[in-house]
Every structure is written in structure tokens, then in C-alpha cells.
Write a protein that binds this ligand. Structure first.
Ligand code: PRX
Length: 635
């Protein structure tokens, strides 16, 4: 009996039970039968949750790129692995076969080696969504270097903190990038980011826009020059199951981003398994995930999960509204996409465009639709179902996190009956539980609580780069004996999960997981600002937007407020990235605080939500008079 594919609901329940009762047997069978290993494991897993220690496929040896590419060559060498759809529809799409991908990855791996990059070195990648981004990630994995992709919308300061945190030796970037009708000077941003950063020895520059860029001959190297002469075969490095594959930064409740570390074998097994099942993948499908490779969704489902299954995966450089809001529907029609996996924020924004943009396209190739990154509201769900899937494509609402590596709660397409706004059931191997404030598991159905997982799964992150203590504190301390997701959820009468929102100071804006602390750090750098608190509030398109309460220093109070707002948002764009800009800024005399000086964000959150009747326990507040003032001037 194989566990790799779930055929029907009965089988889902059977596999789920097996995965809980005999997790070793369940996962070892999947791992054995579906992947290539240099050497098997001594033990399927080993863990100590309270210490944040987790190992899977102990002592096994492998290389993930052998599994993503090499093993497909005999059967699928001429099959398209990547379809690159450029920003501008007038530029021709590129199709890269598995054979070609092998050569491109081998040559790029040899380029990295020629620059002295070795197993264990950190390589930051700051590239637009072009094939070289996917290829660079695979090339790093090929030689055992740890990639850390930085989303190309981040500012120089955000790049610097990430590069410094992981001590990257190399940065791979481009001269520029195209985004809608703009061209972005990517290299310039990197140059500014790494001024005085000593760990970076080389900057490898891919040509994309062909614009003139500053070039430091001692440090900068043109990718294309080295690539041309590079050897087109490469022997994959032998990696241990627990060798890090990549670091990916995510927001936390302090200003410093958390470098989540994913290792090789567990991540490989579970991204492949979840891709196969959640999307009901068949060999002739064309899979399009609209995320950026700079986020975990891109890592796990544009790249690794898709290639591990020998799929054809689409890489789109542009944005949904350029040259007009029919771009996504054009691409689906043009490439006969079967799977369209996107974010609620994109759906909400495209819903507002004239329906003729959709109607003029043939979407009959579509088979499965997917949603990720934030709760999908009922209206968006129905629009997606009725107008894009034409009521014949299941919508898989996939719940997971950067930390989880792979989808944990989601329908199995064509198997699990879907329900609008519900991520439905945990995948086999995922022991989801709801916990109450007293650390008791809430059993039964029709209940709400903090969403935790009480048993490790193969693709769970192993640590925070350089700060294991923070890893333990963030994920394993609030509900001892479990992994705490930071989300609240409810379980309905049949056991389906619905994620109701974050329990911490993270706000999901347009599907991006934003920590309010680093945004506040950026605001507080303004000389007129005394203090700030940023919270989320509901927004029709973005899901949530940011509301900043800002108190000014005396010298700031006489300043023109519109100018101040602009300057503050510019500071955020510079120090954090434009995605962190505030939609509403309210200048306040003071912020509500506890006796110990802690800002009462709960109160500010309620005010932003216009929930003014119940602020919860305010007995510790020392300055209740400021709350009246804030309410009176609420935006
Ligand atoms: O709050 C949940 C929300 O996004 C958070 C994880 O964000 P990130 O690490 O950036 O990964 C996003 C892509 C996997 C979660 O803690 N979230 C993600 N998917 C869903 C969701 N909330 C509701 N429904 C979802 N399907």
C-alpha cells in the first residue's frame, strides 16, 4: 500500500489515522518510495518540542536537486519544467525543459563554485521574478550553499539586516527589474544595502533591464560572463538530511526579522507530498502559483514541490493589473493553466475590475483553484468559484506558514468537500489542536482556541538562524508540548478548521505577513516622532491595512501634518519597504499604557476596528484620559 496519493475521502481518513498511530511507518514509506537517496535513515524522527529540537530522516544523505531535476531526465527530459511569462506581454514567454534546467542549474552551480562558494556558505538572492531566480536557488542547493531569498520589494535597510544576520558571502542580483510600467533599479538598492557590510565578498549581477549600473570591479561580477564559459555538468553535493537548505526571513513581534531555517530531507518529502495531494496533481497539468519566489509559497510550490513531482510550473514576472486587469486571465488562457494558486488580496482587487476582462478569456483549462496567505472572505470565495472556476473547480484554501514549510491544513482537491472560508482538515501527519488559555486542549467540535500542532511534521523549521532561544520562546513556550502557530482558529461541527486571525502583533496586509514592530522602528526614526503604535484594520482589497497612532515631540506639534504623514510613510518605505506604509495616521497626545509602560495595543486595535464598547481589562492603564481623546479624533 502506498501513501503518496490520496484517492478519496475514505482513504484520506485511513491515511490520517495511520499517520497518527504509526508516524514512522507512514513517513518512511512515503520517503522511501518517492525519492532518491544516497543513503537511507537510521531513525525516521527524533524530537524534543520544549527544547525546539526536531530531526527527520536522521543521518540520511541526499541532494534535493537530484530529486527535483536529475531523476526526471530519463522520463521527462523534454517536458517543460518552467514557463517564464515576462512582465510585458509583448516579450516572448520562455519554456525551459527538464534537460535544459539541468544544464542551467549545473552551469550556475559551477559559477558559484568559481566564486569560492562552498557547502554551508550563505548566499542572499535579491532578484526579480526571472528564471535566474529559480535557477540560482537550485544552484545553491546543488552545491550545498544555503540560499536566503529576499523579496525584491524590500528596501536597502531590510536587505542589510538580513545579509548581516546570516553573514552572507555572496549576493545574486540584477541590474534592474520590470514591474508593470516601471523599471526598478535593483542593483542600486543592493549597493546601498551592503555599503560597509564586510561579509559580502562578491555581488553577482544578472542582466535584465540592460540599464547602465554602477559597477565595482573589485566586488561585482557579471553573471552572464561567467555563465557562458561554465561547465554544463555538476556533481551534486552530498547533503545530510538535516543540513540547512535555506533561510527565509519572516516578521516577528520584535523589530528583528526571524531567519527561519529549513533543512533538506523533511522539507523535500513534505512539500512534494502536499503538492501532489492538495492540488490533485497529474503529470499533464500546468501549475501556476502567483506568489513571488521571495516568499515561502514561492519556495515550496512554484519551485520545490512542483519540480519534485516533475511538474510544469509557471514563473510570472509582472503584476495582475499590467497592462490591464485581464493579465492573469490572459496567462491562464495562453498557457492552458490547469492550477491557479493565488492570494485573496489579488482576487479582491480583480473582482473590482469590469467583468469583461474575465469574460473575454477562455478559462476552461482550469481544474483546481487555490488560495493562500490570509483568510479568504466569503464574497471573494464565491466570485472566485463562480466566475473563474465556473463552479467546476474545487477551491483549496490552504493554511500554512513560513515556519511550517508546507501546507498543513487544506482540502485535498477533488476529495475533501470544500466550505467557503474554511481551510477544512489537517493533512495526514498534522496533529492540529486548539488550546485554551490554561494550556488545555479543547476537545470536540464547534469550539475556538489557539491553533497549535502537538506532533512534529517533516517540514517544520528547525531553528531561527543564530537565535535558537527565540525559536523556543516564540513557538514552543506559550503552550508547552506543542508548536504554537500564532493564529486563532475555530473548529466547526464536522471538524473543519477556519483560521480567524493572528493572536500576536503581526498583521497580514495583502497577504504579506508584516510585523508591526519594525514598522514602528522606522517611524520612530523621524525626528519629530516621540512614540508610535501600529495596528491592523479591515480593508476591502488588502484584507487588512495599517493604522498608526503617533505621538509627537514638542517641536513636532507645530509641523504641517500632511507633510509629516508623507515623510513618515517615506521613512517606512526606505527602512522597511513600501508594503509597510500606513493607510491611516492619527497624531495623538499620548498612547494608552500600563503602569509598567507597555503600550496597550489591544485598546488601540479595538479603536481602529471601531469596537468601542469593550476594551477588555483596562485596570492596569495609567492614562485612561488619552483613550477618550483618541476616540474623539479617530479616523
Ligand atoms: O495568519 C496565517 C496567515 O498567514 C500566516 C503565515 O504567513 P507567512 O508565514 O507569510 O506565510 C504565508 C504563506 C503560507 C498564518 O499564520 N495565513 C496563511 N494562509 C492562510 C492564513 N490565514 C487564513 N487562511 C489561510 N489559508
Amino acid at each position: 500500500m502506498s501513501y503518496y496519493k490520496i484517492a478519496d475521502l475514505e482513504q484520506y481518513f485511513k491515511h490520517y489515522k495511520k499517520s497518527v498511530r504509526e508516524p514512522r511507518k507512514f513517513w518512511s514509506k512515503i520517503a522511501e518510495e518517492n525519492f532518491t537517496w544516497y543513503q537511507g535513515w537510521d531513525k525516521v524522527f527524533d524530537f524534543d518540542f520544549p527544547k525546539g529540537e526536531i530531526k527527520w530522516f536522521v543521518n540520511a544523505k541526499l541532494n534535493i536537486t537530484k530529486n527535483c531535476i536529475d531523476r526526471h531526465l530519463s522520463k521527462r527530459g523534454d517536458k517543460t519544467a518552467l514557463i517564464f511569462e515576462p512582465n510585458n506581454p509583448s516579450e516572448e514567454a520562455q519554456r525551459i525543459t527538464y534537460n535544459e534546467l539541468y544544464i542551467k542549474v549545473a552551469k550556475t552551480a559551477n559559477v558559484l563554485k568559481s566564486l569560492g562558494i562552498k557547502k554551508g556558505d550563505r548566499v542572499c538572492i535579491y532578484l526579480p521574478m526571472i528564471p535566474e531566480l529559480a535557477i540560482s536557488m537550485l544552484a545553491c542547493a546543488r552545491i550545498g550553499a544555503i540560499h536566503s531569498v529576499i523579496f525584491a520589494g524590500f528596501s536597502d535597510a531590510a536587505i542589510r539586516s538580513r545579509v548581516e544576520d546570516c553573514n552572507a558571502k555572496l549576493i545574486i542580483t540584477a541590474d534592474g527589474g520590470f514591474r508593470g510600467d516601471k523599471s526598478i533599479k535593483i542593483k542600486e538598492i543592493v549597493d546601498k544595502a551592503i555599503e560597509n557590510v564586510t561579509s559580502v565578498e562578491k555581488v553577482l549581477v544578472v542582466k535584465r533591464t540592460n540599464e547602465q549600473v554602477a559597477f565595482n570591479p573589485l566586488r561585482d561580477v557579471w553573471f552572464n560572463d561567467l555563465y557562458q564559459d561554465a561547465n554544463d555538468t555538476n556533481i551534486a553535493e552530498i547533503m545530510d538530511a538535516e543540513d540547512p537548505l535555506f533561510i527565509l526571513y519572516t516578521s516577528g513581534s520584535t523589530g528583528k526579522p526571524k531567519g527561519m531555517v529549513h533543512t533538506t530531507a523533511g522539507y523535500m518529502v513534505q512539500t512534494a507530498y502536499s503538492f501532489q495531494n492538495v492540488f490533485n496533481y497529474n503529470d499533464t497539468d500546468v501549475f501556476w502559483c502567483t506568489a513571488d519566489l521571495g516568499w515561502i509559497t514561492g519556495h515550496s510550490y512554484i519551485l520545490y514541490g512542483a519540480l519534485l513531482n516533475g511538474a510544469t510550473t509557471v514563473l510570472f514576472e509582472g503584476i495582475p493589473t499590467f497592462p490591464n486587469p485581464s493579465r492573469y486571465w490572459d496567462i491562464i488562457d495562453k498557457h492552458k493553466i490547469t492550477h491557479f494558486y493565488t492570494a485573496p488580496t489579488a482576487i479582491r482587487s480583480l473582482m473590482t475590475a469590469d467583468y469583461s476582462y474575465v469574460a473575454s478569456h477562455n478559462l476552461s483549462s482550469l481544474r483546481v483553484l487555490g488560495s493562500v496567505g490570509e483568510p479568504i472572505n466569503e464574497e471573494a470565495w464565491h466570485w472566485f468559484n463562480d466566475f473563474i472556476g465556473k463552479k467546476r473547480c474545487p477551491i483549496v484554501d490552504t493554511w500554512w506558514q513560513t515556519e511550517t514549510g508546507a501546507i498543513l491544513i487544506a482540502p485535498i482537491a477533488c476529495v475533501t468537500p470544500t466550505k467557503p472560508t474554511y481551510a477544512t482538515l489537517p493533512l495526514p501527519g498534522v496533529q492540529a489542536v486548539l488550546m485554551d488559555d490554561k494550556n488545555n486542549e479543547i476537545k470536540g467540535n464547534q469550539v475556538m482556541g489557539s491553533l497549535c500542532v502537538k506532533f512534529p511534521w517533516p517540514s517544520i523549521a528547525r531553528t531561527i538562524w543564530g537565535d535558537h532561544e527565540r525559536f523556543v520562546k516564540t513557538y514552543f513556550s506559550d503552550f508547552p508540548g506543542t508548536y504554537f502557530t500564532g493564529d486563532n482558529a475555530l473548529r466547526d461541527e464536522v471538524g473543519y478548521y477556519r483560521i480567524t486571525g493572528r493572536a500576536d502583533d503581526v498583521v497580514i496586509v495583502s497577504g504579506h505577513n508584516l510585523g508591526t514592530a519594525p514598522i514602528e522602528d522606522a517611524i520612530n526614526q523621524h525626528p519629530a516622532v516621540a512614540e508610535s503604535a501600529v495596528v491592523g484594520f479591515p480593508h476591502d482589497i488588502k484584507g487588512n491595512a495599517l493604522y498608526g497612532y503617533i505621538s509627537l515631540k514638542l517641536e513636532g506639534t507645530s509641523r504641517d501634518k500632511d507633510n509629516l504623514k508623507k515623510e513618515i510613510n517615506q521613512l517606512i518605505a526606505d527602512h522597511y519597504g513600501p508594503i509597510g506604509k500606513l493607510d491611516k495616521i492619527q497624531f495623538v497626545t499620548d498612547l494608552p499604557k500600563t503602569r509598567s509602560g507597555k503600550i496597550l495595543r489591544r485598546v488601540l486595535r479595538s479603536i481602529a476596528l471601531n469596537q468601542l464598547d469593550n476594551f477588555g481589562d483596562t485596570s492596569t492603564m495609567i492614562n485612561p484620559e488619552v483613550v477618550k481623546n483618541i476616540i474623539a479624533n479617530r479616523l
